[in-house]
Design a protein around this ligand. Structure first.
Ligand code: RNT
Ligand code: ZN
Length: 414
């Protein structure tokens, strides 16, 4: 045990916090690492542009161009992120063998076999997402389209995706979260807000009626307030998604880039905990809009972690990352985002949460304010360094050297 950690441990002990226990808890916290940071959300099943009102900016060299490259890059990133995590795949990342090529409505578990092998060899769980964007039939309405043929295509895609997620859970013996997000919306003022939402509801009802193993496959629904080119109206609004999820036993998914700029999801989590058994998160960083910058150790990230930890709800939450930055080293983006989120959770595990809540309840507002602010400069860094050491990954910014070496040896040659 380093001297630094020993001193930090004593400091935390003085406020009744066991830092060894915090390290244990952090070890059990698994994060779903999104595959799409590695290739700017391109996927393997189409050559067209990224659509759906989301955007990646930047042209940093070394983007993964095929499954082999994406897997190698993920391996590099995972080797620098302490702990055991999950991998989050999109349906646009099938790995077809010769002659297997099919459209998204016909996807089968075998088209993702290479990913399951990848996950199994590394002891990772696999999560999944149907892909309702970057496709000629997403123009941009999908499950809410007034065209029955388009709607059927996407209903079939959702059914196929449920089968794929079910196969992940079966083969890996670990639950799989399948998250539904549709880009459907309108650029300008709608004449009919109800019709598309009704069709979205009917499409979901129809697809989910195929049945799936509810003990292993968890379905979440992600809302959004607007997208690029979809500024006036989104079909899958917050109210729609929450109410649908509540009525049908799905899990609400909150993406912290999907609300009005002064709205924060840290304030929504407690309400959801009262009404849902589970909730799911896409942790991202929005600058002025849903820009999907790399997650950092910032106020809102820490506040989100604090909400889950203070209410002992980390096991009820499916915690995933969702950002895509093409302007910096993409592996560094993955690692920095994941580690920042872990640090936020570590900080939350190192809070004397019961004591702080008691201060609130007894109206000791001065003590509460002072202690919460002092905690920010407690020696968290030493505890984090200890966590990195225990888990065999470089501490502090040392990990970036390994990313740089990989950039020289591998990425720069692409
Ligand atoms: C888009 C949503 C959605 C996507 C991924 C790629 O705004 O956040 O979750 O980012 O599915
Ligand atoms: Zn998201």
């Amino acid at each position: 045990m380093s001297q630094g950690y020993q001193r930090a441990k004593e400091r935390y002990a003085k406020i009744g916090v066991d830092s060894d226990l915090a390290l244990e808890k952090l070890k059990d916290l698994s994060i779903s690492i999104h595959c799409w940071q590695g290739d700017d959300v391109t996927g393997f099943d189409q050559d067209g542009p990224l659509t759906g009102g989301i955007q990646v900016t930047g042209n940093y060299p070394g983007r993964a161009r095929n499954p082999g490259e994406l897997m190698a890059d993920l391996d590099k990133a995972l080797s620098l992120i302490p702990g055991k995590h999950r991998l989050n795949l999109h349906a646009s990342y099938p790995i077809f063998e010769k002659g297997q090529l099919v459209d998204r409505d016909r996807l089968e578990p075998r088209h993702f076999k290479a990913w399951v092998d990848f996950a199994q060899e590394r002891g990772l769980g696999l999560d999944f997402n149907p892909t309702f964007f970057s496709h000629p039939k997403a123009q941009p309405l999908t499950l809410s389209s007034p065209d029955p043929a388009i709607r059927k295509f996407w209903v079939d895609h959702l059914k196929a995706s449920l089968r794929v997620a079910e196969s992940f859970a079966e083969r890996l013996g670990k639950p799989s979260l399948i998250n539904i997000w549709i880009p459907d919306g309108l650029k300008d003022l709608p004449a009919d807000r109800l019709g598309p939402r009704k069709r979205f509801r009917d499409s979901l009802d129809e697809a989910l009626a195929i049945g799936y193993d509810k003990s292993q496959v968890f379905v979440s629904l992600e809302s959004k307030v607007f997208g690029i080119g979809l500024e006036a109206y989104t079909v899958g609004s917050s109210e729609f998604c929450l109410l649908y999820a509540k009525e049908k036993g799905l899990i609400p998914l909150l993406d912290n880039g999907h609300y009005h700029p002064t709205e924060v999801i840290s304030d929504k989590i407690s309400s959801l905990l009262l009404f849902f058994e589970h909730l799911a998160l896409h942790v991202t960083r929005a600058i002025r809009w849903d820009s999907d910058h790399v997650v950092l150790f910032d106020d809102e990230t820490r506040e989100i972690a604090k909400e889950l930890v203070a209410h002992k709800a980390t096991s009820r939450a499916f915690i995933g990352l969702d950002f895509f930055d093409g302007s910096i080293n993409r592996i560094a983006a993955w690692v920095a985002g994941a580690r920042s989120l872990q640090k936020a959770f570590l900080m939350a595990f190192l809070r004397p949460n019961n004591r702080l809540m008691a201060l609130q309840d007894s109206g000791q507002n001065t003590e509460l304010m002072v202690l919460q602010d002092e905690l920010k400069t407690y020696p968290l860094g030493e505890v984090w360094a200890q966590f990195c050491e225990l888990n065999g990954v470089p501490g502090y910014e040392e990990w970036l050297k390994e990313v740089r070496a990989y950039e020289t040896e591998v990425l720069s040659k692409r």
